[in-house]
Design a protein around this ligand. Structure first.
Ligand SMILES: Nc1ncnc2c1ncn2[C@@H]1O[C@H](COP(=O)(O)OP(=O)(O)O)[C@@H](O)[C@H]1O
Ligand SMILES: [Mg+2]
Length: 508
């Protein structure tokens, strides 16, 4: 179907078209150029009225509207279209731009399923369905999972725009392919996902395996409490690490240091450290477990693993994430080494196949301008993970606070609505494949709409992501109905003490 005609001055990379209906920004169209069909993306769209131009007062506007309504030639629909390449080449995942600009007068056509299907929804096992193109809604939008496991992914958007929904959808698709996924769940969002064999576990830290600085972090000893740090370092000896009862042994050593009559000043600080140890043993007993020898052993291969870190403080979560990252990277290295070595005796690794790891609140754990344990290992995975089959996905509502080096290593991006200019700027400097025009689109996206760029798609795509309905993740609390419910039961409680329970109150 013909939509319009190329007008004005054309370039090999962009044309202007006059069309019979207003085109949507983000819509794909076909330009029937002289030497083969070209695929175009509408980057800007304008509507104007000849009669309603240059109006100075209300009466004039009303009169001109009547004139405009009577004249079928009054409206003008203009679109700026970026040329993405020859359609047949794009269908073979190649980008070839024309040498000669499309001649003015060339037809602009509707893009059909045949035109777009193979580009956005290839029929291959590694391409999984995520939704549809936003403006060509009959076209399936798929992504290539191989590319995100080998070259990483960032999911960036304001709160409530659908990041966790996309994570849930990816989890379902990965599960359908028997892949191994680990989600570090900071908000307890994912345990209810309906996924067969989902493995929901609490992240644990074995304090024996830490160094003394990291142990200080886990015990939440203040950064500037130098004496406490020193006491812990002195007390955390080899014998303590090997002791049958770890906490007792550590506590004992700290007490001994505090009791040194020559260093009376240490007494108070040692008491503080003992308090911290006591706190850790009781308050964080579920998290800090000196008897768990292999925290990685809880993760199951070929499953979706949800590691609950919601009970941990930020510092503890940081230590836990770093620990798992380090162990996973080492495990994948060992697996690869074993594969390439002739000596097949003994097995010193756990996972046989690639692993995909997702962390939310990435700006907390991989912050700009600050060193954290997690950041060190995340940066290492971002750089080296590809060689070993360890893919990373970082999710954040504050891209401007993520370490730019790590962000720029993410080979693919899903970006939903973002209005802050700092955030948009950070995204455009991290990903060269996202054009200025696409960035300006970000403010006008609705919940569940996203711009996909990078290696997991054949072409930048604006998509509407499918909603994962069977979950309750992050849904906004309905305060009004909860108040009503609470109030009703208050009444029931009062009335029941007066022997006045009304049947209808209990029934609805
Ligand atoms: N693709 C989508 N289509 C329709 N609704 C969606 C979509 N993605 C998310 N939502 C809804 O928006 C709300 C917030 O989504 P969520 O994924 O938790 O956002 P975020 O993780 O970015 O804060 C949820 O209630 C969810 O049902
Ligand atoms: Mg979320």
């Amino acid at each position: 179907m013909t939509l319009g005609v190329v007008i004005g001055e054309s370039k090999p990379t962009a044309v202007t078209a006059q069309t019979s209906r207003p085109l949507s920004v983000g819509e794909y169209v076909v330009i029937g150029s002289q030497d083969g069909k070209l695929l175009g993306l509408v980057e800007r769209s304008f509507v104007s009225s000849a009669a309603l131009n240059d109006i100075h007062n209300y009466d004039e506007a009303v009169e001109s509207k009547e004139v405009a309504d009577l004249n079928s030639r009054d409206k003008s629909y203009t679109a700026k279209i970026t040329i993405l390449g020859y359609l047949t080449d794009l269908q073979k995942s190649r980008i070839v731009l024309p040498a000669i600009p499309p001649i003015p007068g060339t037809a602009v056509l509707n893009a059909t399923k045949d035109d777009l299907g193979t580009i956005f929804g290839p029929q291959k096992e590694e391409w999984v369905r995520i939704g549809t193109l936003l403006r060509n809604s009959e076209i399936e939008a798929k992504v290539n999972l191989n590319k995100i496991v080998s070259r990483h992914l960032a999911i960036l958007a304001m709160t409530g725009m659908g990041k966790s929904n996309l994570v849930s959808l990816l989890a379902k698709q990965i599960s359908g392919l028997d892949g191994t996924l680990i989600i570090f769940d900071y908000h307890n969002d994912y345990p209810d996902l309906h996924i067969p064999g989902i493995n929901v576990i609490d992240a644990k830290i074995n304090p024996r395996l830490l160094d003394s600085n990291t142990l200080s972090d886990v015990l939440e000893i203040r950064e500037n409490a130098d004496i406490q740090h020193r006491i812990l370092r002195l007390a955390f000896t080899h014998d303590v690490k090997e002791a049958k009862n770890f906490w007792d042994a550590l506590d004992h050593n700290v007490a001994m240091i505090g009791a040194n009559p020559e260093r009376k000043d240490d007494r108070h600080s040692a008491d503080r450290v003992q308090d911290k140890i006591d706190d850790a043993r009781h308050r964080f007993a579920d998290v800090l477990d000196p008897d768990i020898m292999d925290p990685l052993g809880l993760i199951k291969e070929g499953r979706v693993n949800v590691l609950n870190v919601s009970e941990l403080s930020e510092k503890q979560a940081n230590v836990a994430l770093a620990y798992y990252f380090q162990e996973l990277l080492n495990d994948r290295k060992a697996a690869l080494l074993a594969k390439n070595s002739k000596n097949k005796e003994g097995r010193h690794y756990r996972f046989d196949s690639p692993i995909f790891v997702i962390i939310e609140e990435a700006h907390v754990f991989i912050p700009k301008g600050e060193d954290t344990h997690t950041k060190y290992w995340a940066a290492k995975i971002a750089r080296e993970g590809r060689k070993f089959g360890l893919g990373l996905c970082i999710v954040s509502q504050r891209p401007r606070n993520i370490d730019p080096n790590v962000l720029s290593q993410m080979g693919s991006l899903a970006v939903m609505k973002i209005v802050q200019e700092d955030d948009q700027h950070q995204i455009s400097s991290a990903a060269e494949s996202i054009s200025k025009d696409l960035i300006t689109q970000l403010t006008s996206l609705n919940v569940g709409d996203a711009v996909f760029v990078g290696q997991w798609v054949n072409l930048p795509a604006i998509v509407h992501i499918e909603e994962v309905k069977d979950k309750v993740v992050g849904s906004d609390k309905n305060a009004v109905s909860e108040w009503k419910y609470a109030k009703k039961f208050d009444r029931v409680a009062v009335e029941s003490t007066q022997g006045l329970i009304q049947k209808d109150l209990l029934l609805d």
